[in-house]
Write a protein that binds this ligand. Structure first.
Ligand SMILES: [Fe+2]
Length: 186
């Protein structure tokens, strides 16, 4: 679930309650699956304040925290937030960077993130061309150049599932199949 100051006013408590409801529903259906929850934090000034204040944040695995930005403009405090997250002991995971237009257009910024060894999470759907050719091409570039360690589905409904089924046809499928995803460490 998103946590974004104005649009998604989620808290760890709300997400935890939703998780319990979901677990019950899954159990009632007799489906055996382990489900956990974290959050996707929007990187803005309010988030930076939370980090600096040492507020409780939802993490997953080995203290990973998923962070995202808007798709068009680079947030002013992007690098500052990464810095403070790391100072606070978190391992930030940059959500779907292949979809950020400001990053496609800014090779220096990309290199800076690579040099800082920021962990990237790519949406599998990006590799199918689901969003656009540009996103697909950039996702492939990131797989070559950046520290891509997590993959996500971005699955919001069954239409996304249909598209995910085309993934084995993508030219990067074999490569990602044999790469070391951190997903399996969760
Ligand atoms: Fe997102």
């Amino acid at each position: 679930p998103h946590i974004m100051s104005e649009y998604y006013r989620n808290t760890p408590e709300i997400i935890q309650m939703g998780l319990e409801d979901l677990r019950k529903a899954v159990k009632n259906e007799g489906i055996e699956i382990e489900i956990d929850a974290a959050a996707e934090y929007y990187m803005d000034e309010i988030f930076l304040e939370k980090v600096k204040a040492g507020e409780e944040l939802l993490t997953f695995g080995d203290n990973y925290i998923l962070v995202e930005t808007g798709f068009i403009n680079r947030p002013q405090m992007l690098l500052e937030i990464f810095f403070h997250l790391e100072m606070a002991g978190y391992k930030p995971v940059f959500a779907h960077p292949e979809r950020y237009q400001y990053l496609v257009a800014d090779k220096d910024l990309l290199q800076d993130l690579i040099d800082r060894n920021i962990i990237f999470q790519i949406n599998l759907l990006s590799l199918t061309g689901f969003y656009s050719k540009q996103v697909k091409d950039f996702a492939e570039t990131l797989l070559e150049k950046a520290n891509v360690r997590f993959f996500g589905t971005d699955c919001h409904n069954s239409r996304y599932l249909d598209m995910l089924e085309t993934l084995p046809k993508s030219k990067t499928f074999e490569k990602i199949r044999h790469s070391e995803w951190l997903n399996i460490s969760l």
